[in-house]
Design a protein around this ligand. Structure first.
Ligand SMILES: Cc1cc2nc3c(=O)[nH]c(=O)nc-3n(C[C@H](O)[C@H](O)[C@H](O)COP(=O)(O)OP(=O)(O)OC[C@H]3O[C@@H](n4cnc5c(N)ncnc54)[C@H](O)[C@@H]3O)c2cc1C
Length: 407
């Protein structure tokens, strides 16, 4: 590859938004250092980042004081400023979170209170015509209008970050089609062994998304968590139905789950997506309904938390499976928010898989979670809203890097 064991000051593993934001922030602070981002795919943002809903989250949902709450607020502001400066396609268009039943209203009120506690201003509880003025086809008892929410082209963002890294330092590299197999620390040298040879690195940061737990254990470290994948399928609105959604329409989420429920999203290319559902994925990076990997499935089943998770959420899990294979069931969920929507207005779309850290007791790790192991930093849990929060998560990672250097 022409690097002939040359050193990089920093190696970042994973060219999703978290890895690229981290490499970019490091490069900004250390313009003369050589940075390499290693990515197994032939392009950046091929997994979670390039397959997500494209939403700039406001920070309304997250537990006050959590990393999610803090980094989403900070990351959103940084993201919008970055997108403006570097002309990444985006639109801070606002969204509505809609209660369709009376029993959802107390939950909606608690989301509003949480948003205010998290520092969001100008949130509004609305009803009746005020909802219809924003989204004319929605059926809602009450709704929260969230002006800070927006949409963005996360793939475009990643391409811009990659471009800036190598513009700041032309000796830095985005090393594509190169799978990292393991890290090593031997005889005063440290680095990584990859599908395309050995690279010596002064510092390593792993942002490997769906492979985060595997990458964290190549030196024999033990983790208390494992990554499981939850696939989310989308439908698109047919062209003749696009007028039914102006911006973003979300349901009141089920507090027992970390996902936000199937919603309507206007994408930056003008299409309208509906979804995603959430089904356990038998292949971490598998995007069809029947995708299966023996290794991924065995790894998941060997981890004690998986069967506990299945047992705990059996009914909901089965429902989600049925919905994954039934357009009619998907439509029924969407009809809660938009009764006029019909079968012929829904066209099958793409899918994404969410990486989610699971504990041995079967509970999901709710917050972002970063571990320092050996001489590396490993981002273990970076689920939604980590794309929104990426630039703030990068600051947090670099703070830890600084701290570990001075120890
Ligand atoms: C369906 C879905 C909808 C979502 N919607 C939103 C949303 O609207 N807004 C929001 O803020 N968040 C959303 N999220 C969450 C968000 O997309 C993720 O939190 C975020 O993209 C995580 O970024 P990442 O860089 O950690 O992971 P990834 O984007 O998955 O990147 C990890 C990268 O590491 C690479 N990699 C892994 N192992 C290796 C290896 N051994 N060698 C080399 N490279 C490796 C992978 O190929 C991959 O490119 C959504 C996620 C999904 C799946």
């Amino acid at each position: 590859m022409g690097y002939s064991s040359s050193d990089f000051d920093l190696g970042v593993i994973g060219a999703g938004v978290v890895g690229l934001a981290t490499a970019y922030k490091y490069q900004l602070k250390n313009p003369t250092h050589r940075v390499a981002v290693f990515e197994k795919e032939a392009a950046v943002s091929m997994h979670q980042t390039g397959r997500n809903s494209g939403v700039i989250h406001s920070g309304i949902y997250y537990k006050p004081g959590s990393f999610k709450a803090k980094n989403c607020m900070d990351g959103r502001e940084q993201l919008v400023a970055f997108a403006k400066e570097h002309k990444v396609k985006h639109d801070v268009c606002g969204k509505v979170i809609v209660a369709t039943k009376d029993e959802e209203i107390p939950l909606l009120e608690s989301i509003l209170a949480r948003g205010i506690e998290n520092g969001l201003t100008d949130l509004e509880m609305i009803e009746g015509q005020a909802i219809l003025d924003i989204e004319p086809f929605v059926n809602g008892k009450k709704a929260i209008y969230v002006p800070q929410t927006g949409i963005i082209d996360f793939k475009g963002l990643c391409e811009k970050l990659a471009e800036l890294i190598t513009t700041i330092n032309p000796d830095s590299r985005i090393v594509l089609s190169t799978e990292v197999i393991k890290e090593f620390d031997e005889g005063g040298k440290s680095g990584i062994i990859t599908s395309r040879g050995t690279f010596y690195l002064n510092r390593r940061i792993f942002c490997a998304g769906l492979q985060a737990d595997r990458m964290a254990t190549t030196l024999g470290n033990k983790l208390d968590v494992a990554i499981v994948g939850f696939r989310g399928d989308y439908y698109e609105l047919a062209d003749h139905a696009r007028h039914k959604v102006k911006n973003l329409i979300y349901p009141v989420p089920d507090p027992a789950f970390p996902f936000l429920g199937v919603h309507f999203t206007r994408m930056t290319d003008g299409s309208i997506e509906c979804g995603p559902n959430a089904v356990f994925s038998f292949k971490r990076e598998g995007y069809s309904k029947t995708a299966f990997s023996t290794k991924d499935t065995l790894d998941a089943l060997r981890f004690p938390g998986t069967t506990k998770l299945f047992k705990k959420h059996m009914a909901k899990g089965l429902d989600e499976y049925k919905r994954a294979f039934s357009k009619k069931r998907f439509l029924t969920a969407l009809n809660e928010l938009m009764p006029s929507l019909t079968m012929d207005e829904l066209v099958p779309g793409r899918s994404g898989v969410r990486a989610q850290a699971l504990k041995k007791d079967g509970t999901l790790v709710d917050d972002f979670y970063i571990e320092e192991l050996h001489n590396s930093i490993h981002v273990i849990n970076a689920p939604s809203p980590a794309a929104t929060a990426g630039l703030a998560i990068a600051d947090e990672i670099l703070l830890r890097l600084e701290r570990s250097k001075s120890q």
